[in-house]
Design a protein. Structure first.
Length: 316
């Protein structure tokens, strides 16, 4: 696999963001492509363990894989209500890229909130995005906030549940760094299994999801809910139109259903639109090989484009 290097990256406002870089050994003088993997709301970088394990064998060039715990998640600094925003997450991503992947091309991969962070980064850092990003993979995410979230219910019940969720999140956002729900996660397993998984859910997937959600402080669980709900960055997808891209969604995703992916895919007509039967919201756990395969195809597509360009120049 290569080497693994962990580091805390300090942001301009004093937050500390946990990062981990897995480098695959490459030829001397070869700059690898950096695959940046951003997790979803209430999760952390453990989400990516299986895709990271599978990816090196699938790509045709040297790579390094960078994961981070988003602000307020995992081993990163807790967040307050004022900085639980997608704009802040985009700024954090820019800081981490400068510190941990300052050179070479980037492939940005985002699950759920991580995908929204990529869209916000493309909006706020358009020049840097155009200069360095050579591919995008958007997994179980939305460019339209939670407007299409149905929880698998009829529209009336979904509206009521969204309202109750929003009101509850406002209370949690004021609850600080407490994690009292850690002790309750085993009891909440049936609800977790129904909400975020598809037809099949291995016990190990539920255990890991419970551990990740249990590690998220109440202020992050509640604090980011308004940002997720208000997110609207369909126009930001325009900067990705010419890039190799993939859009993934499970047919049983209750949080970011097929309609969310269809909007993104329509804005990225050259992208691979992968609809995974019977899978839910947690594709990196439920279908890690298919996730790794989609990432690899984006990485390899960039390589093929460079080779074709070189052949064309030589022929000319």
């Amino acid at each position: 696999m290569g080497s693994v290097a962990q580091a805390l990256v300090r942001t301009p406002d004093g937050a500390r963001l946990f990062t981990e870089v897995t480098s695959v050994l490459s030829a001397r003088g070869t700059t690898p492509v950096t695959v940046v993997l951003l997790h979803g709301w209430t999760l952390d970088n453990r989400l990516w363990a299986k895709p990271i394990e599978a990816l090196p064998a699938l790509v045709n060039r040297p790579i390094r894989m960078l994961t981070m715990d988003l602000r307020g998640h995992g081993r990163s600094t807790c967040t307050g209500r004022s900085d639980a925003t997608l704009a802040q997450l985009a700024d954090d991503l820019a800081t981490v890229l400068d510190a941990r992947a300052p050179d070479g091309p980037l492939i940005l991969v985002g699950h759920s909130l991580g995908g929204m962070t990529i869209m916000e980064y493309a909006h706020r850092y358009a020049d840097d995005f155009a200069r360095r990003v050579t591919g995008v993979v958007l997994i179980s995410t939305s460019a339209e906030g939670s407007s299409r979230t149905s929880y698998g219910l009829n529209p009336q019940l979904a509206f009521i549940l969204r309202f109750l969720e929003t009101q509850g999140a406002a209370i949690l956002a004021r609850s600080g760094a407490w994690r009292p729900h850690r002790l309750l996660m085993p009891l909440l397993s049936p609800g977790v299994r129904w909400l975020v998984f598809g037809q099949r859910a291995e016990p190990s997937w539920i255990t890991l999801t419970n551990a990740m959600v249990g590690a998220a402080p109440l202020c992050a669980i509640g604090g980011f809910r308004p940002a997720v709900g208000r997110h609207s960055r369909v126009e930001a997808l325009a900067v990705m139109r010419r890039l190799p891209a993939a859009v993934l969604v499970g047919t049983r995703d209750r949080l970011t259903p097929l309609a969310c992916a269809e909007t993104i895919a329509a804005a990225l007509p050259r992208s691979e639109h992968l609809v995974i039967e019977d899978a839910g919201h947690m594709l990196p756990l439920e279908r890690p090989d298919e996730v790794a395969g989609a990432i690899a195809r984006v990485v390899n597509a960039r390589r093929r484009r460079r080779l074709l360009a070189a052949i064309t120049r030589t022929a000319a």
